[in-house]
Design a protein around this ligand. Structure first.
Ligand code: SF4
Ligand code: SF4
Ligand code: FES
Length: 245
């Protein structure tokens, strides 16, 4: 048995787009033609322009939650920051992917995510494979400037196969979407609001207390160590997703 490596969103294949009406837009002062409605992130990646993303899973979870993919868009005479993973290609708009404002905003977003994060990277099961850690490294974030209240939840570990640490969760909701849309189970969802928002089983239950089938899909798509396989010393991980031919 072998643990399947998570797929960073930025390495996912672009989603095939249906043939239809094309629009012309400007990306970094270059005229580009793209299917109307295709999101800017996919268009930019198809042009070889790398924009970071975190919550985005092509064709599966396109919710515009994390804001790590911000770019500047000029439309109708106004220039504003927009989440490229949910902004549709529109005739005549101008997109600036690496303007100082866009890069600064993306870095701030990652810094803010880190202010709430547990931050025990060397001891985390996702050390060196964590998408948040990788982005912070790529953006040159060496310290978290803001200090404030941090979430301190007990680690949920009643499921025999999966451990859930809410203190590492960035609330991207990928797990909720795959559990509901791909696995058809739907035992994860939002609870509470604002700072207290958590994505998990209803009524504060543990994964071991609901109808979770321990498929491991949520672990596979989690960008951080918030969801992890329970691996005891000397044992192999045993969620269904870990088993490969
Ligand atoms: S292990 Fe599978 S069924 Fe259980 S919460 Fe995760 S995705 Fe849903
Ligand atoms: S547990 Fe992981 S996948 Fe689910 S919302 Fe938190 S960070 Fe995202
Ligand atoms: S990747 Fe676009 S909002 Fe998260």
């Amino acid at each position: 048995m072998e643990t399947a490596a998570p797929i960073p969103a930025s390495q996912c294949e672009p989603v095939p787009q249906p043939e239809g009406k094309k629009v012309k837009l400007w990306i970094n002062d270059r005229l580009v033609e793209a299917p109307q409605g295709m999101n800017l992130l996919e268009i930019c990646r198809s042009q070889g322009i790398d924009i970071p993303s975190l919550c985005y899973l092509p064709g599966i979870h396109e919710a515009g939650i994390c804001r790590v993919c911000l770019v500047e868009v000029e439309a109708n005479g106004r220039r504003a920051l927009q989440a490229s993973c949910v902004y549709p290609a529109t005739e005549g708009i101008k997109v600036y992917t690496h303007s100082p404002r866009a890069r600064r905003a993306r870095k701030r977003v990652v810094e803010l995510l880190l202010t709430e994060h547990k931050g025990e990277c060397p001891a985390c099961v996702r050390n060196l494979t964590c998408e948040l850690q990788r982005l912070a490294g790529e953006m040159g974030i060496r310290r978290v400037r803001a200090t404030g209240e941090r979430r301190r939840y007990p680690v949920a570990n009643k499921n025999p196969f999966i451990i859930r640490d809410y203190n590492k969760c960035i609330r991207c909701r990928r797990c909720e979407t795959v559990c509901r849309e791909i696995q058809g189970v739907g035992v994860l969802g939002p609870r509470n609001r604002g700072f207290d928002l958590v994505i998990g089983p209803p009524f504060g239950r543990d994964l071991g207390e609901v109808d979770c089938i321990s498929c491991g899909q949520c672990v596979m798509v989690c960008p951080t160590g918030a969801l992890a396989e329970r691996v005891l010393p000397g044992e192999e991980p045993i969620t269904a997703c870990c088993i490969r031919e």
